[in-house]
Design a binder for this molecule. Structure first.
Ligand code: F6P
Length: 329
């Protein structure tokens, strides 16, 4: 039998991502529009265990759509990974009268949501909030577009030095296990190559890139390197070291962009995406949906079972690899 939802809890978990506040705002305002109470849970699942609850009203989310980070704060809770932690979290939810949970986060956070929902029969709706864009069933995740724009802005600046000094720059970007940030920021910044975990295992991506460069007689180059590499090998320093040893005629440098990729004002695209997804999360709950992630496909909101969103590997469109190769001539 469908339960009547009177109060929802909302939390952000895992790495923060630009646009999370826009999502919190959309969820809160749509819930209030439908006379549903909102409890803001601070510091992700850890806050559920520690009862860090705030009563959220429409004005709690005023003046937040443009802000980076997350007003609810976030955490990667080790305690929630234990059955005891989840039991405590459930007890606190019941005590606070929370009937359903909205979780904004990436792969790990939604995996936790799925486990919790199965153990305690709680309606959970996930929103894909991660700069990595690695959730299956959605064309984009909240924060991905903003991070891409941040990376491209940085690469444009580094290009000036690469050109002036005739250097090869290996710029390492985030993405944990996925190469979306590296591949697409390489295309957007006019870089010479991207080294990503989804690339072919049979090809030495570095040797291939050097060969291509020689053919095109380039003196400087930008290579976007995904922090996620295969077989524990990788990172921009690994490739710069190989240049030093195998191609000493080149002058290589490394830049690790790090956490600056996660900060800053969300792009207009992310704000709109987060607003649509936050609205859809409440609509889905009202329709009786549960244990789904809200996604976007061809500009249409879709519901993806959380089990698929977190388990299936989201493929990189091979055309992007070809486009970069052809255009970097
Ligand atoms: O999942 C988001 C992400 O930014 C990854 O791209 C990165 O590997 C990881 O988080 C870094 O996590 P932390 O901020 O905990 O170091």
């Amino acid at each position: 039998m469908e339960r009547h939802i009177q109060t929802i809890g909302i939390l952000t978990s895992g790495g923060d991502a630009p646009g999370m506040n826009a999502a919190i705002r959309a969820v809160t305002r749509t819930a209030r529009f439908n006379n549903i109470n909102v409890v803001g849970i601070q510091r992700g699942y850890q806050g559920l265990i520690d009862k860090e609850f705030l009563k959220f009203t429409s004005s709690s989310v005023s003046n937040t759509i443009q802000r980076g980070g997350t007003i609810l704060k976030t955490a990667r809770s080790k305690e929630f990974m234990t059955p005891e932690g989840r039991k405590k979290a459930y007890g606190n939810m019941v005590e606070a009268g929370i009937d359903a949970l909205i979780v904004i986060g990436g792969n790990g956070s939604l995996t936790g949501a799925q486990l919790f929902a199965r153990e305690y029969d709680i309606p959970v709706i996930g929103l894909p909030g991660t700069i990595d864009n690695d959730l299956y069933g959605t064309d984009s995740t909240i924060g991905y577009d903003s991070a891409l724009n941040t990376i491209v802005e940085c690469v444009d600046k580094i290009r000036d030095t690469a050109n002036s000094h005739d250097r090869i720059f290996f710029i390492e970007v985030m993405g944990r296990d996925a190469g979306f940030l590296a591949q697409n920021s390489a295309i957007a910044s006019g870089a010479e190559a991207a080294i990503i975990p989804e690339g072919s295992t049979d090809v030495d991506q570095l040797a291939e890139f050097i060969e291509r460069g020689k053919r095109k007689s380039k003196n400087s180059a930008i290579v976007l390197v995904s922090e996620a590499q295969k077989d524990g090998v990788g990172g921009a320093f690994y490739y710069a070291e190989r240049i030093k040893n195998e191609y000493p005629q080149f002058d290589a440098r490394v830049t690790i962009l790090g956490h600056l990729q996660r900060g800053g004002t969300p792009s207009a695209y992310d704000r709109i995406l987060a607003s649509r997804m936050g609205y859809a999360a409440i609509e889905a709950l009202l329709e009786g949906q549960r244990n789904i992630m809200i996604g976007i496909k061809n500009d249409e909101i879709v519901y993806v079972p959380i089990s698929r969103a977190v388990k299936m590997n989201k493929p990189i469109n091979q055309e992007l690899i070809t486009v970069l190769n052809v255009l970097s001539m």
